[in-house]
Design a protein around this ligand. Sequence first.
Ligand SMILES: NC(=O)c1ccc[n+]([C@@H]2O[C@H](COP(=O)([O-])OP(=O)(O)OC[C@H]3O[C@@H](n4cnc5c(N)ncnc54)[C@H](OP(=O)(O)O)[C@@H]3O)[C@@H](O)[C@H]2O)c1
Length: 287
Amino acid sequence: MSAILGIIGRPIAHSISPVFQQAALDHLGIDATYQAWEVAPEGVGEFLRALRQPDKLGINVTVPHKETVIPFLDEVDEGAREAGAVNTIVHRDGQLTGYNTDSHGFLQALRDARDFRCEGRRVLVLGAGGAARGVVLALIREGVAELVIANRTLARGERLASIARERGIACRAIEMSWDELALAAVNAELIVNCTTVGMIHGPDSGRSLLLQQQIPPTALVYDLVYNPMETPLLRAAGRAGASTLGGIQMLVHQGAASFELWTGKPAPIPVMLEAATGAMAEAGSGH
Ligand SMILES: NC(=O)c1ccc[n+]([C@@H]2O[C@H](COP(=O)([O-])OP(=O)(O)OC[C@H]3O[C@@H](n4cnc5c(N)ncnc54)[C@H](OP(=O)(O)O)[C@@H]3O)[C@@H](O)[C@H]2O)c1
């Protein structure tokens, strides 16, 4: 019996997970297909009941269902509970377990692609939404020296900063003004964009939260946005002489961790990365 995997979200048509997950399954000769399902919030419960059928190995979960799925699961692992969000569900013998592989993907991409360790570093995080929460929790676990969180809605940034302070990390929240950002960026060794700014088709596409002259050439600038692969922030960082890392690496690493949970086999990461960048390049060329 051929096994079934996939991703649920809404909208889901532009997801490239089916491309790089199927490439990994085919590469290892695993008899399974990875599909994409557009599911409305009110349909999530029924979808997850059907996920308990024997041919289903599990799914990825994306916006807007990462929190919605939680009440329908039998178990939620500690990382997902802490993040308050599930991006991977594993089906074993009728039982559904929720995981969150985003933090792992974020850190693994830094290590793998840029050989960067976060311990003892000064970090500026742009944003305080779902992705920023996962990033901040990962940075706390890694033992960063100092954390600044800049968010458009200051109160949301303050809430995230207080989580870091409760865990012993020197952390403050700032407003997203040019002046505040410039001051915070000057000292940062790592700058991570966890906002939607710069995302293609979004209201802030073509925009960067930092200008070239605000980015220190010694910093590593990491943009979680992966569409386009070279965002306006990464372009500005490149012109400033800083190192850069795009979101596609994190996307692949979080997907690779999901793949390993479902199959129990090491994910062929270079194969997945090649398929993902190929799909993005094709999407960018309008095909
Ligand atoms: N590479 C990956 O694997 C990966 C994984 C997860 C997410 N992501 C990307 O990360 C981004 C954020 O996702 P999310 O799930 O965290 O979204 P979210 O929960 O909706 O959070 C959005 C964040 O963006 C900020 N923001 C939105 N518009 C802004 C603007 N005009 N100016 C300044 N800040 C603005 C929001 O600020 P307020 O709080 O003020 O609204 C909030 O901090 C998305 O582009 C997503 O694709 C990538």
